[in-house]
Each structure stands twice: as structure tokens, then as C-alpha cells.
Design a protein around this ligand. Structure first.
Ligand SMILES: Nc1ncnc2c1ncn2[C@@H]1O[C@H](COP(=O)(O)OP(=O)(O)OP(=O)(O)O)[C@@H](O)[C@H]1O
Length: 255
């Protein structure tokens, strides 16, 4: 990939505590724009916790305390001036299990834009079509937009959730193991979509699956017990990791 990409996210000296548990320790890294950054590491190492730091989803966890900096486009997202609602529009999220709202396909995608004040029907139609095309779902659903979203297959539901995320024109998309509930075919489609999305969005994806990280990402970050051990171009991390612990993990010696 083009390594001259600008840094979209800069994390510096980030520490996170759940009560007494020190879940993230002195994390420092940068995330390039319009590329896919994969977070890998054994269960419990802090991947999801770190992902949630990037759009302040941890604000909802009572025991959680954060120090250090997360800068997006040069602005500290933990600054009291930052509006978390606006932040989460700019930094969207897709979860492990597809979680469409119990409403029609159309209304799922129009939900965010409506919340942000868009009422015009033509405008909403346009956003819905563009978002569903953007998530590679349009052709499958264009004739049943007003049917319940819950009638779609798991893989289609996950692509709908991606359409819902992109409908509010985010700049960053966070994905927390988006294929863990899907079969291999549906997984392959999402992986293809993730690659496609990276031409327009900055994508950060948590995955348990190292082959997936190798297939979809430009940059790989390896976490272990709350520490960021190593990060770099995916090719380099998988062929010549600098740290012994990274090597042990990617060669399957633990985790
Ligand atoms: N809401 C919470 N309250 C207290 N501790 C938490 C909370 N969420 C996570 N933790 C703890 O923080 C650590 C990191 O968890 P996290 O879920 O971020 O890891 P992970 O790498 O994403 O794991 P997995 O791959 O299993 O999802 C773990 O020790 C976990 O028990």
C-alpha cells in the first residue's frame, strides 16, 4: 500500500482501567487514513477495549477510566469540547453479531440520517440506495426495501449494518469481529467489502482470525495482555515480526 497516507488517528500514552484492572497500558500508535488496520491478539488482550476507545463507547461503562490521548484529525476526542454524538457519527461502528433494528430494511438505513434531521423523502431514498450499494447489498434487497430487516440472512444483516453505518457519512468505521457469527461464504463477502470500503473510509477491525487479518488489512497491530507489542505493515508483521511474542502468536504457539 501507499505508505505516504496521512495519519487519521494518533493514540498516545493511552491507559484504560476498569476499576482496578489495568486493561490498556501506555498504548501509542497511529492509524493511517483510507486503509484497513487490523487488531489481533489472544482473547482478553484488550482489542475490543481499544476499539471502543476510538469512538468513546467506553463512556457507557461506569467503572472505566481513561488517561492519555486519542487524536482524530488532530483533535483530542476526550477533550471536554468534543461532542460524543458528533464523534460517533464521524466514527461509526459495526458489531460482532448483526444487530438490525426491528423495522424495515429501508428504515434501518434511514434511521441515522433521520436522527440527524434529514426528512426529505427523495434525499432519504438517495441515501438509502447509495448506502446499500456501498455495502454491496442493493441488488439483493432493492425489491424488498419495506420488508423487515430481520428476514435477511445473517450475512445480509451484517451488510445492512454496514449500510446503516455508512448512511451518516462517517470517516472512520470500527468493526468488532464482524464475521464471527457468519459462515465462510458470508465471511468472504464481508472481507471483500472491507477491502472496498478502505478506498473511502479509514477502517479499524478486530479479528480473532489471523488469516483474515492477513487478507484484509494494510496494517496489523498485535496486542498482548493490555500492551501493544508491535504494529506495522501487515506483510511485515506476518513474515518478519520484530518481537518474539508476535512471532509466537502468529505461528500459533499460543492464543
Ligand atoms: N466492561 C468491562 N468491565 C470490566 N472489565 C472488562 C470489561 N470489558 C473488558 N474487561 C476486561 O478487560 C480486558 C480486555 O478485554 P477485551 O474484551 O478488550 O479483550 P479482547 O482482546 O477484545 O478479547 P476477546 O478477543 O475475547 O473479545 C479483559 O481482562 C476483560 O476481562
Amino acid at each position: 500500500m501507499d505508505m505516504d497516507k496521512k495519519d487519521k488517528i494518533i493514540v498516545d500514552n493511552l491507559n484504560l482501567f476498569y476499576g482496578e484492572t489495568h486493561a490498556l497500558k501506555n498504548i501509542a500508535l497511529t492509524v493511517p487514513e483510507k486503509a484497513v488496520t487490523a487488531l489481533i491478539g489472544p482473547s482478553g488482550c484488550g482489542k475490543s477495549t481499544f476499539l471502543r476507545c476510538l469512538n468513546r463507547m467506553n463512556d457507557f461503562i461506569h467503572s472505566c477510566r481513561i488517561t492519555g490521548k486519542v487524536m482524530i484529525d488532530g483533535k483530542d476526542i476526550y477533550d471536554p469540547e468534543t461532542d460524543p454524538i458528533e464523534l460517533r457519527r464521524k466514527v461509526g461502528m459495526v458489531f460482532q453479531r448483526p444487530n438490525p433494528f426491528p423495522m424495515s430494511i429501508y428504515d434501518n438505513v434511514a434511521y441515522g440520517p433521520r436522527l440527524h434531521g434529514i426528512r426529505n423523502k427523495n434525499k432519504l431514498d438517495e441515501i438509502v440506495e447509495k448506502s446499500l450499494r456501498g455495502s454491496a447489498l442493493w441488488d439483493e434487497v432493492k425489491d424488498k426495501l419495506h420488508k423487515p430487516a430481520t428476514a435477511l440472512s445473517g450475512g445480509q444483516q451484517q451488510r445492512l449494518c454496514i449500510a446503516r453505518a455508512i448512511a451518516v457519512e462517517p470517516e472512520v468505521i470500527l468493526m468488532d469481529e464482524p464475521t464471527s457469527a457468519l459462515d465462510p461464504m458470508a465471511t468472504a463477502r464481508i472481507e471483500e467489502l472491507v477491502r472496498m470500503l478502505s478506498s473511502s473510509y479509514t477502517v479499524v477491525i478486530v479479528t480473532h482470525n489471523m488469516q483474515q487479518a492477513a487478507r484484509v488489512s494494510d496494517i496489523t497491530v498485535f496486542f498482548l495482555m493490555g500492551e501493544m507489542i508491535e504494529y506495522g505493515p501487515t506483510q511485515q508483521i506476518f513474515t518478519s515480526p520484530k518481537d518474539r511474542r508476535t512471532e509466537d502468536y502468529i505461528t500459533g504457539r499460543f492464543g
